[in-house]
Design a protein around this ligand. Structure first.
Ligand code: SF4
Length: 342
């Protein structure tokens, strides 16, 4: 018997799933033009300037809500809903290895944004990712294959989502089968507390927490190519600045950890997380709102308000430092359901 709250989550999951399919159609339409009245950049605008633009904010403020309704998560967990799949339980080592791979995938995929050539290529990439999510969900138990391990977005959720606004019901797990330990949904985030973990986990957290602010900064130092296909012959440039930023950032993180004691590591990590998300919005806000000669989302042009640009960037930066570094509230993303067979 599904209670009223769960019905609302199911409804939201269906709405988000259908929206995901619609987004795919719009992305394909950019290239294939089956709705010729729509602008030929409409799908990419919706994807990059609405979905991807809002994602870091959602991860920082309501990560549990996002994890309940993410269409890729629903795709991956479909086999569990239908009671099929292999339900392979991973060892701790495999678990940690998958997390490292998810971080490497994040660093591999994000620079390719500079060379995506069409709505068709973005949509095709998403379809491939959805197939991988489905396969991981088929083979591995619960969220241990995709949502809480291989998904390249998961490291960013962990990095930004240590102080959520609310803890919500876990809408994907009706009971807990202990698929991952510790469960990132049900446990207060531990990513900023790296010194208790294995060497492999410490390394993963190091390159994520230490490297991500520099990686984000470096990403914005690379311009899109006017003819995007040209970008494929300049892959060195596309990866060089993000990787340089990543290495410098790791060096600063390492130096800070040398200069402070273990009890300060958590704070340092939170500062790095806040720096990464603030850097993202510092650069993206002008582009999405149509400041500084950019064409904003769906042609939005707020250049007449351009004198507010810096103020807006400043307010957003202060907000994220307050939210991630200074707020005391540390809660889990979701409530743990009762254990299976209890
Ligand atoms: S609540 Fe339990 S079953 Fe659900 S993701 Fe967490 S560990 Fe896995």
């Amino acid at each position: 018997m599904i209670d009223k709250e769960m019905k609302i989550w199911r409804l939201l999951q269906v709405i988000l799933y259908l929206s995901g399919i619609l987004l795919l159609v719009l992305l394909f339409n950019d290239s294939l033009r089956f709705f010729p009245s729509l602008d030929d950049n409409f799908g990419r605008d919706a994807f990059w300037n609405i979905l991807i633009f809002s994602a870091p904010f959602l991860f920082a403020v309501i990560p549990g809500v996002w994890r309940n309704i993410c269409p890729l998560s629903t795709t991956s967990l479909m086999t569990r809903y239908f009671g099929v799949g292999k339900k392979i339980k991973q060892s701790k080592k495999q678990d940690e290895l998958l997390f490292l791979i998810s971080i490497l995938l994040l660093y591999l995929i994000v620079p390719l944004r500079h060379v995506e050539t069409s709505g068709f290529s973005v949509a095709s990439g998403l379809v491939i990712i959805a197939i991988v999510a489905f396969i991981m969900g088929y083979f591995f138990q619960g969220k241990s294959g995709w949502c809480s391990r291989l998904c390249p977005v998961y490291p960013v959720e962990r990095l930004y989502g240590s102080k959520p606004l609310i803890t919500v019901t876990n809408a994907h797990c009706s009971s807990c089968e202990n698929c991952t330990s510790p469960c990132p949904d049900s446990t207060v985030s531990d990513i900023h507390d790296v010194h208790h973990e294995s060497r492999l986990s410490q390394f993963s957290n190091y390159i994520l927490i230490g490297g991500f602010p520099g990686f984000v900064w470096g990403w914005f130092q690379v311009s899109d190519f006017s003819n995007r296909t040209e970008g494929w012959s300049h892959l060195g440039e596309v990866y060089a600045m993000p990787l340089l930023g990543l290495l410098v950032s790791i060096a600063v993180y390492w130096q800070l950890r040398q200069s402070f004691t273990k009890k300060d590591y958590s704070k340092i990590s939170l500062v790095f997380a806040a720096t990464a998300i603030s850097c993202y919005y510092f650069y993206r806000i002008p582009a999405v709102l149509g400041f500084s000669g950019h064409t904003g989302v769906f042609g939005l042009d707020l250049s007449v308000y351009e004198h507010y640009q810096f103020m807006l960037q400043f307010v957003v930066t202060v907000f994220f430092f307050w939210w991630i570094v200074f707020r005391k509230k540390i809660i889990s993303w979701e409530k743990r359901p009762k254990y299976k067979n209890c």
